[in-house]
Design a protein around this ligand. Sequence first.
Ligand code: HSE
Length: 299
Amino acid sequence: MIHVKVPATSANLGPGFDCLGLALQLYNTISVEPNRPFQISLTGSYYEGIPADESNLVWQTMCHLWELLHYPTPSVALTLENLIAPSRGLGSSSAAIVGGLVAANTLAGSPYTKFELLQVANDLEGHPDNVTPALYGGVTLSVPAKDGISPRVLAQSPNLKAVVLIPNTLLNTEKARGILPLHVTRNDAVFNISHVGLLIEAFIREDYSLLQEGMRDVLHQNQRAILLPGMLETLESALKGGAYGSALSGSGPTLIALVAESTQKAVSQNMLTTLEQYGVTAQAMVLEIDSCGATSSRT
Ligand code: HSE
């Protein structure tokens, strides 16, 4: 039996649209029993609405990799345990894709390297900012280089935690991308480029006091605020509670604040209370940063 564990991820971190992300210690797991009649069993906190037939994304992704490898599709029984809330900006589809690729690759004897799996994952997902941390762990920058996406791990185990505030509403990534303008002004481009630079400095120097300014963005967060009442006020309330920085997680609606252990309670309380004032209920979690990325083991 093969077990794959794949982390939730938070993309963008403010200004790093489609290129920055980090992995969180919240996992989906995939168990594969070879030589069994085809079957998909769904467990965990989130299985409603997820297909348990051949249209399942994990299974589709596994079949895609076997096709690329010219490896005959084996008959397997899958058990998918989902702890990552879907359609919330926590990388659940990237977790399905990365988990499926790692599981299929392991079953085929691991012919592909992690770098090669990243390229396939990026082709399937369409943007690399979640799949890179899901595979590599830590805080990552994905660079569209000449020979594919170059994964840069900026910090494998940063000394901070993440408060994630997960609203009880779903948001489709395509919708959240659809409201963004196709063109940006030079001033806005310069704002985000300089802030990504600052964010990278914060992680490389481990100077988290730079995060508050470094996580500011003008390319997508204000534009997306109409999708979640109280979003900007809640991000501000995290800073008032002492967070290093705060941002919309991926395309939302989850909000993330990076914090020291000493401020995690105040930040999560401030965020919950503020969002509730706008009529949105949410679940708050305090998570460690995952430093491994997807892992597989055999029993
Ligand atoms: N970067 C994407 C977006 C989400 O903000 O639309 C995650 O890939």
